[in-house]
Write a new protein. Structure first.
Length: 644
């Protein structure tokens, strides 16, 4: 079945406000208040509350009350009521999958709340409204694949919730951040945020706790820890029975279906997919319904119940096209192509396969296009800023010249010329340092690839074709990540962790699980911190080849990222044979080549120090316990640098 990463984002990130008391009780009470209200501002507030309550069960009613609130708020110039009405309209647009429209609503509401906060920054209601806007924009950017913008908005929302000590908002922000990290395949960081959210939600009795429990279950499921996943899914299902969160329950039903597919219990999987579909269609949620239809169709296809697949796949594709869900279009087109091929309709099979390829290519290019657009906007901004600064300098210079006379002009011209020469010299020095860094990086990549290819060669000889194919698959994924980020001076720490994870899994295959590994990142490491690519891998490679492989029995490698005294600290430690014994073994053996990884890495650190004028140190230490060597630890202390 298709992994539901994006559907997680959609439903759990939308929970940026509380569920409140029982929905029907709340609606009945609000209608009584509305009938009794004589003041227009009170009516606006009730309309907005009704719009919020109906968004879980009746989208049309929710939109109707939001429009009534907007109209009356505009009439009486009630800015806070107007902003909340626009937020409710945005929520409806998100549920209907109209993300561009939703973004316009939340941007407009954000501007209104900002002006209210500027007028009265001590008003918690205004600050809370602004935080909701940031969180909702984070939802939209997540759906559009712009994860850096999504993280920025969630971080802004979190700061505002913390400012007013709104624990409900804080817990949901943690949940949102966890989901974004999960969508970027950083499950370690995602689980940290989910656990933070769970702790607060249990403390305050927050009704979105089952959503967080579901997310934690998904992390364990994807890590193949099925028993842990089942525990969290069961807790979530029990709590959902006490809330009015139909979208969250439908999503959980879908995950139960995936779970039972994994445990080869097809009948149960079918039951849960059907439940998920019924709930989604009951609340007119085409995004989720498209996924449930696809999952059912795939299940029937695998069971060779071909006559049942066609209507499900077609309806899934119709829903996906209607809301513009490119990821679902991609999967549904492939399923239709497969079923037409089985039914011996090659022309239709080919037609849908072409559409599947088009959707796949669009998904692959979408992210790179967005990166290019952001880089282009940054370039234009910097260019305009440089032109503005240059114009200001000239105007100031002309004013001074007209006041102080010819003699001062000559002196200023001399100073300007001298300054430009110094600046040009410093610029050239910096460029030389940057090109040296790139040259060393290019040295590093062939070294890394050469070692990996050597590993593959020996793996083919030792393990046979099937195992080698598995090894090559992981190697290709690692090469894709390496090539994608090797052109950058800095890469995000979560990408470095992902590359290390792939590399260590490759080496585990190669050496028949000779060692285990653990990679951790502390809470002090921020998401936009970066480090040079391929900086950690050589030390991990040395730990495996020279520390753990010669060791009798299995071993473990630990990689930790932390922040200490204003520096990014990367620690690579192992419980291998140690430096001294490893050196002795190498002296007594025939060496095919001289390793340059450590030498190149030290040179890269020297150039980094010279370029940014901040210290970068490396320490390699043999670990001892009661005068007995128990391993090796490498500690890198790097200047903190942020990815722009």
């Amino acid at each position: 079945m298709k992994t539901s990463v994006k559907i997680v984002l959609y439903y759990s990130l939308l929970l940026t406000v509380g569920l409140g008391w029982s929905q029907q009780t709340a609606i009945d009470s609000l209608k009584k208040v509305l009938n009794a209200s004589k003041v227009d501002t009170a009516k606006v507030n009730v309309y907005n509350h009704l719009a919020f309550e109906f968004k879980e069960s009746n989208i049309d009613s929710s939109l109707n009350y939001a429009l009534k609130a907007e109209k009356l708020a505009n009439k009486i110039q009630f800015k806070n009521g107007l902003a909340n009405a626009i937020v409710n309209k945005g929520n409806v647009s998100i549920i209907l999958g109209k993300y561009d429209e939703a973004k316009q609503h939340f941007e407009k509401a954000k501007d209104l709340f900002k002006s209210l906060v500027n007028e009265d920054d001590g008003n918690k209601t205004y600050v809370y409204g602004l935080a909701r806007c940031y969180s909702s924009l984070g939802v939209i950017y997540s759906q559009q694949g712009n994860y850096y913008e999504s993280l920025n908005n969630y971080q802004n929302g979190l700061k505002l919730y913390q400012k007013i000590n709104n624990k409900t908002g804080i817990s949901k922000s943690y949940n949102n951040l966890g989901i974004v990290y999960k969508s970027r395949s950083n499950n370690i960081k995602a689980l940290e945020y989910f656990k933070k959210a769970e702790k607060i939600q249990e403390e305050i009795g927050e009704q979105t706790l089952p959503v967080t429990l579901t997310n934690i279950g998904v992390i364990y499921f994807e890590g193949n820890k099925l028993e842990e996943a089942k525990v969290y899914y069961t807790k979530a299902e029990k709590l959902f029975s006490t809330t009015q969160n139909d979208r969250g329950l439908a999503l959980l039903m879908n995950y139960w279906g995936d779970y039972y597919i994994k445990t080869k219990e097809s009948a149960k999987a079918e039951t849960y997919y059907q439940k998920s579909l019924e709930i989604y269609e009951g609340i007119q949620n085409k995004f989720g319904a498209a996924l449930a239809l696809y999952n059912l169709g795939t299940l029937y296809f695998d069971q060779k119940k071909y006559e049942q697949v066609m209507p499900l796949a077609s309806k899934s594709l119709d829903y996906a096209r209607e809301i513009g869900a490119l990821d679902q279009i991609y999967h549904s087109e492939k399923l239709l192509s497969d079923i037409y091929e089985v039914n011996h309709q090659p022309e239709l099979a080919l037609e849908h396969y072409k559409k599947y390829v088009t959707a796949r290519d669009s998904l692959n290019t979408m992210e790179s296009t967005k990166k290019f657009d952001r880089a282009e906007m940054d370039f234009e901004y910097k260019k305009r800023e440089a032109l503005f600064q240059e114009k200001s300098k000239r105007q100031n210079l002309m004013l001074i010249c007209s006041i102080v006379g010819t003699l001062l002009i000559v002196g200023l011209i001399f100073l300007v010329i001298n300054r430009q020469q110094v600046k040009r010299r410093l610029t050239l020095q910096k460029e030389v340092a940057e090109y040296e860094q790139k040259a060393l990086h290019l040295q590093m990549n062939p070294h890394f690839v050469f070692n990996c290819l050597g590993s593959i060669s020996s793996f083919i000889v030792q393990n046979g074709t099937d195992s080698a194919l598995k090894y090559l698959s992981k190697f290709s994924k690692l090469m894709r990540l390496t090539l994608e980020y090797s052109k950058d001076t800095l890469i995000p720490i979560d990408k470095e962790i992902e590359s290390l994870q792939n590399y260590l899994e490759l080496e585990q295959l190669r050496f028949h699980d000779k060692f285990d590994f653990r990679i951790e990142s502390s809470e002090r490491v921020e998401f936009n911190m970066g480090l040079p690519p391929l900086l950690i891998q050589p030390f991990v490679e040395n730990a495996i080849l020279h520390g753990l492989v010669p060791k009798e029995g299995n071993g473990t490698i630990y990689v930790d990222f932390d922040v200490d005294n204003g520096q990014l600290v990367c620690t690579i430690s192992d419980d291998g044979i140690g430096i001294t014994k490893s050196a002795s073994i190498r002296e007594n053996s025939m060496k095919a080549h001289k390793s340059m990884a450590l030498e190149i890495t030290k040179k890269r650190l020297e150039i980094m120090e010279a370029t940014i004028s901040k210290s970068a140190q490396i320490e390699i230490k043999e670990l001892e316990d009661n005068n007995k060597v128990v391993g090796t630890r490498v500690t890198l202390r790097l200047p903190i640098q942020y990815i722009q």
